[in-house]
Each structure stands twice: as C-alpha cells, then as structure tokens.
Design a protein around this ligand. Sequence first.
Ligand code: UDP
Length: 544
Amino acid sequence: QAQEPAREAPDQQAALQTLLEEGTRMVCTGRTHTDRICRFQDLCYSAEAEEFIFFHGNSSLMLPSLGPRRFQPALLDLSSVEDHNTQYFNFVELPAAALRALPPARFLPDVALIANRFNPDNLMHIFHDDLLPLFYTLRQFPDLGPEARLVFMEGWGPGPHFDLYQLLSRKAPLLREQLKGLGRLLCFPRAYVGLSKATTWYQYGFVQPQGPKANILVSGTEIRRFASFVLRALNVSVAEGRGPGPGPGQGYIVVFSRTLNRLILNEAELLLALAREFQMKTVTVSLEDYAFADVVRLVSNASMLVSMHGAQLITALFLPRGAVVVELFPYAVNPDHYTPYKTLAGLPDMDLHYVAWRNTKQENTVTYPDRPWDQGGIAHLDRAEQERILQSREVPRHLCCRNPEWLFRIYQDTKVDIPSLLQAIRGVVKAGPGPGRPKRAQGPYPSKVREARCRASVQGAAEARLSVSWQAPWNLKFVKAKEVQYEVWIQEQGENAYMPYILTHQNHTFAENIKPFTTYLVWIRCIFSKNLLGPFADVLVCST
Ligand code: UDP
C-alpha cells in the first residue's frame, strides 16, 4: 500500500503545553461497556507501564462519569466480541503535573482508532470480529476514515493476513509491540477507542453454547458493500453482471479444501461428481496454495462453494447473489449447533442458498486421538473419558473453546458420501444453482397514514357502526410501491384483543362486532408490497 507523505508532525512543544493545561478529554457513546466507543483528545500510552493514561488538567472531561463503575467490569470492550474479560479497556489516571516526572511525551499526528483484534490467526475471526467492525467504525465518525491510523492493542504479531487489515486505511496499522519504538510516552491528540458491534452476527459460546447473536443488526447489503470494498482494494475485477451462470456450462463450482487437517479424503471423486451433477467446471482452492486475492477472485464469480466447516467458509461473503454454500460436517458434529456460515448465508438480502451435509457413517471418518489436544487429540484424557468420546455419536452442546470431544470430532478427516451429499444439495436447490429464493421486498417503508378520522353512529339498542377514513402516507407519491394496503385494528378500550382488517381503500365502515355506547381504539398503518409494514398513526379514539 502506498503510504501518504507524513503529515506535518505536530508542534510537540505546543501539544505538550495544551495537554499540561487542559488534560485529557473523553466523550463516549453507549450506555454500557458493551456498546461504548470513546473519543479522546490527548490520550497517552506508557510503554513501560503498558497502560493508557488519562491526565487530569483544568479542562479534563470524562463522560460517562462512572466513578468506580468504570471498573465494573471496564470502561468498554476493546474488541468486537461482547463482554470478553480479556478484551476490556481502561486507563490509569494521573495529574497533568506528573508529565514533568515522566519520559518526554511524543504526540502522533494521525487520528487513531484503537482496538483489539480478537484472533488474527483465523480467517473467520479476522473478517467477522475485526475487518467488518473496523470498516464500519471508520465510517461512523467523521474524523476517522481512510486516513485513520489503526492501532491494535491485543499484543499479537501481524498474523497471516495482515495485508487485509492494511486495506482499510492508507496508513499502516500499528501493533502494540511497535508503540514502544515510537516513544516511551506516546500521546494521541485525537483517538477513538472501541469497535462497533453492529455488524457481528455470531457469538462463539463463552457464556452459552455458540449460535447466532440474539439481535442481529446487519443485512447482506452492508456485508456486500464491505465485500465490494475489499474486492476493489485487492484489485479483483468481478465479472459483468456479477451472478452465477444461468445454466449448464456457464458457472463453476469452487471446492475450498484444507490441506493440514479436517481433510476431504476423496476430493477428486467429489469434484468429478459435482461437475457431472451440475454440468459445471469445478476448481479446488486452499489458503495454502492460493494467494488470498486469487481465492476471492474465484469465489466472487462462483455458482457454488463447497467446503468442510471451518474459517475458510467466511469467504462465502464474496459469493455472488444466488450462489450456493455447501458446508460439510465431520462425523458426530451436528450442523445445527455450529452455524456461523449458515447465519451469514441467511442474513436478509444476502441471497445465498445454504446446504449443510453431515457424515453419518463412522466408517467414513478418520480420527486422530494421538494428536496434541488443540488439534483434537484425546490421549491426555483418562481412559474412561476417551472411551466415552469414542463411543459417542454426537458431540453434546458445549461452551467454547477447549471441549476435547468437540476438538476431537471437528478435526477428523472425512470421506464424503457422494450420493447423500448430492441429495442434500438437490433438496435445497431444486433446479440446480440459479437465481436465489424470492427476494424480500426491498425499498422504502410507508410513512404514517395521515388525517385519520372516525365517525360513530348508533342504529338502535344493539347495533352501531364506525366509519373510519384516512389519507395515504406522505411518501407514497415518491415511491413505486407494487401494492398498497392498509391494516386497521379495532380494539375495545380496556380489552387486549383486537379485530384486524386488511383494506385497499382509504375508508371503511365497520359494523360487525361494533356495540353501541362503547369506546374503540382504532390503529391504522400502511403496507407496501405485502410485507413492508409502516408505523401506526396516532391512535383514534371513537365512541359509539
Ligand atoms: N487453515 C487452513 N488450512 C488447514 C487448516 C486451517 O487454511 O488445513 C486455516 C483456517 O482457515 C483458519 C486457520 O487456519 O483460518 C485456523 O484454523 P482452525 O482449524 O484453527 O480454525 P477453524 O477453521 O476451525 O475456525
């Protein structure tokens, strides 16, 4: 990456004077440590103490003002992983006068985004925990952006995919190890600390077994916007039209293989069978044998991606719309319990088909009980436990990250049973790969209906009517809505139940179930294209 010419170094003497007089200023977003990002002026870092320092001066500002709650458990999460107790951020407080007794402060010119990478050795973690959150945090605050300096504080080396982090900013990221070299007391005149969690969709099972996050806030639109950025930054051109081929002979299938462990033992047979079944070329890629840009180039034009469960499947986020993700699980591993890639494929507007296949035949698995524990070995366990694991037909639900039965099973090699795999794929993609499932209705939602009114009339002792009318939502005249409907709820005051109606006109007289001398609440909202539900207008109160 081309480096920008260094910005004019700040006037160190003037910067120090400001810090001495004013102290550190901090204002944060977020109500709890898990959704907090803080903006600092003059946040410093002591290489000796390996601590960030907040200097109290005449203009110091610390908002939120938490008192001791700043340590219960921390000011904020430094990584995008929720409330992980190795990823907390806090600072040490000092009076500004202490600067005279400390090594000389060195002020950095760049706006910094300070965060932890969670696990930069693993491609899934790199994308899900780091790159996507960094990408969108850089877009959240106006003084961050393509010139921001990323500062990674987790203390790891660059890792195998450091080049991906370098794509996010024109400035080279700094690792904690490098900070020492820049100064014993390093000060960031402007810094943001923390990462947005808005794009993460998976929790890894630290407090409950792993699974999709409870409240997913991201859709395929944001994932694909990020993917396009990465493709452009990697100089990968994507084929015109960007979609899987319409029929036989057009598209191709990528089999993503692992070469170190969790192998597909009959890969050649698998490739042949897929080619024959779908009448498409098949190619194999692996992280070991291909440059990452080449992997992404291949995946981004593929019709189908087939792979064992594993971090390499995160590359599914580069697949074109309508493509198929086929995830293979070793013996005794239940696909429903490990769904980071299924969840990704199923995000709204991601437009991917997803197929899970599981080896159910023990004779088709190869186990490695004698490997080190972190590669699934179980020789270190007592005999009875080893025996239990060997007999077990499914790994029970478990927490992250060292469950030996899980590691034993997930690091098996698999001979894929071709007929059952093809059947699983056919079951999900009836007519072979092609355009995705019917798209969720897109586009703007209706605004509120306007000028809602009701008129009541009583017809004798037992009968009454409610005439309700309203105007179309204000934004309808700007929107090409396929179909416009109105939903009206009529609720007797004090009751929980209500009668719902779907109407196409802007007025209606209700007679059934309407009683005389009763007060009704009338709720009205507009619906575009059957499933874009707008907000309810202010409730109407109507008495018969
Ligand atoms: N990996 C790989 N080839 C292999 C095994 C692993 O490229 O044969 C990569 C994998 O994609 C991930 C990292 O090495 O980025 C760590 O793999 P591990 O098995 O620990 O994690 P998992 O893939 O199960 O998330």
